[in-house]
Design a protein around this ligand. Structure first.
Ligand code: CA
Length: 505
């Protein structure tokens, strides 16, 4: 690879390239092309003159159509393109790109907490889930007290987590779409990192009753606690502490053991993306995902609006018509959801994405999909559903970082790999989050927030396979409790903003 290159062109069909660094006007970028404007890092340069209404092509796909003629060497920004139509969801062609030749994982086992069923835990946590936000304040105080006075007595338990989501009351609980937040709470209670120990705190008058999230045999004084039953502050805290201690005693018996990769379930997400995300960080994470899948693990990727424009490419990777149909139905549901809100998929890119060179949702989507690697898609999940298969799975969620995270956690991920270009300190309390950045400038700037930089891929110092292997190894070290990502070292954890598309009353 050329270490002194100034731009990257991804696909031979492309008529644009991306600037590796800020380029002054008048810079000779080779092949007889001289920049006509200042080109900010990660932004696009026209490699040839593009006529009005002609397609602007990157990743070999049409990002949009030129609103006006664009001279060779010009800067192409988000204001210069008309958005193309998104691919049709009718008659998607499935199964035409089933890749079986995946990279071999360098390690075949990890150290996890085996569960009776489902994926193993990456952490040993006491998880306490509220049925309503009204109980959150009391629970948070109780959890601080548990950490201080009880946790030191149970050294095998790594932490206590209060899941204080915004759902539970003041909501249209019987609305068709309420199934999503209810399923999220139901599955969060049974997260693999909680070792099957159920602990639910309610207020007593909320709409999300215990019956909606627990089977009848688990609704008893061992597992559920209702604040309105207790006389005053001290009695409430004491009751929570007592229940917590019984759970901690059991959780303290859990031990890490050597497990096959088939016991590991992780998620992939990106956020604060830039035009490098799709060249460096996401393909490297995709390479790690391919290694995990080859080794038998399960990998979720998500973010509906960020795959919508590449849905035809994903359909080609679906192993059956059934999987492809569910993919189309999740996309259709989201198209309608956006339409009812009076917007379309291009409501997704943020000012930061655009500053980072992403012109529109098509360009963002093509980069975003790269994190799924090349494996066949064996299952498609609705938001917060649990997988029933092993391998690469598309789990439909919003692309919003703080909503996608909890949704994947509800699906049971033990770890999330998060790719970023602009930078975010994002983290989750239930499952460790590894942050991979797309540019070395961000790693230099946030040296103690970003775990791995894929920036060397852009400058030709490392290959995608090298960074992908580095990510794979770090995933196994973090899942095994050998290493901690920065977000866990500092306790930078976001709130559990579960997805509620149903009305609030
Ligand atoms: Ca995201």
């Amino acid at each position: 690879m050329d270490n002194n290159r100034l731009t990257i062109k991804i696909n031979e069909k492309d008529n644009v390239a991306v600037a590796i660094m800020d380029l002054e006007k008048g810079t000779d970028i080779g092949s007889g092309i001289v920049t006509r404007d200042f080109i900010p890092q990660a932004h696009k340069i026209a490699l040839k003159t593009i006529e009005k209404d002609e397609a602007v092509i990157r990743y070999g796909v049409c990002l949009g159509y030129a609103k006006e003629r664009i001279e060779k060497g010009s800067w192409i920004n988000e204001h210069m393109l008309n958005l193309p139509k998104s691919p049709s969801l009718d008659e998607l062609e499935w199964g035409t790109n089933i890749v079986e030749d995946l990279p071999d994982p360098p390690r075949k086992t990890w150290l996890g907490y085996k569960n009776e069923s489902g994926p193993a835990g990456t952490r040993n946590l006491l998880g306490i889930v509220t049925t309503v936000q009204c109980a959150a304040g009391v629970l948070k105080v109780a959890v601080e007290e548990i950490r201080k006075t009880l946790l030191p007595k149970y050294p095998n338990v790594e932490d206590v987590v209060a899941i204080t989501h915004p759902y539970g009351c003041g909501v249209a609980i019987n609305a068709p779409m309420a199934v999503i937040p209810i399923r999220a709470v139901t599955n969060l209670i049974r997260h693999p990192n909680f070792g099957g120990e159920v602990m639910v705190v309610g207020l007593g008058c909320e709409k999300l009753t215990y019956e909606r999230v627990l089977p009848p045999e688990q609704i008893n004084e061992e597992n559920v606690l209702t604040l309105q039953d207790y006389a005053g502050r001290d009695a409430m805290i004491e009751a929570i502490m007592k229940m917590a201690e019984r759970k901690l005693e059991k959780l303290n018996r859990r031990k890490r053991e050597e497990l096959p990769l088939s016991d590991l379930l992780i998620g992939m997400q990106c956020g604060g993306s830039d035009a490098f995300s799709g060249i460096t960080a996401n393909p490297s994470a995709g390479y790690a995902a391919d290694m995990l899948v080859k080794g038998g693990a399960t990998v979720l990727f998500s973010e509906v609006t960020e795959v919508r424009d590449g849905v035809n490419l994903l359909a080609h990777r679906c192993i059956s018509k059934e999987v492809c149909d569910k993919l189309a139905s999740e996309m259709r549901w989201y198209d309608n959801y956006l339409e009812e809100g009076g917007v379309d998929r291009d409501a997704n890119p943020t000012p930061g994405n655009k500053k980072g060179g992403l012109a529109n949702i098509v360009e963002k989507a093509m980069g975003s999909i790269a994190k799924s690697g090349t494996s066949p898609i064996v299952e498609v999940l609705s938001p917060a559903e649990k997988p029933t298969k092993k391998g690469l799975i598309f789990a439909a969620t919003p692309a919003s970082d703080i909503v996608c995270g909890p949704s994947q956690v509800a699906s049971g991920i033990g770890l999330q790999v998060f790719m970023t270009g602009r930078g975010t300190p994002y983290g989750l309390e239930v499952a460790p989050v590894i942050k991979v950045c797309s540019r070395n400038e961000l790693k230099d700037h946030w040296f103690d927030l970003i775990d791995i930089s894929a920036g060397d891929v852009a400058i030709g110092k490392k290959t995608i396979a090298e960074v992908g292997t580095e990510i794979f190894n770090f995933i196994l070290d973090v899942a095994s409790g050998i290493k901690k990502p920065f977000s866990d070292i500092y306790g930078f954890h976001n709130d559990m903003c579960i997805f509620n598309p149903a009305p609030i009353t």
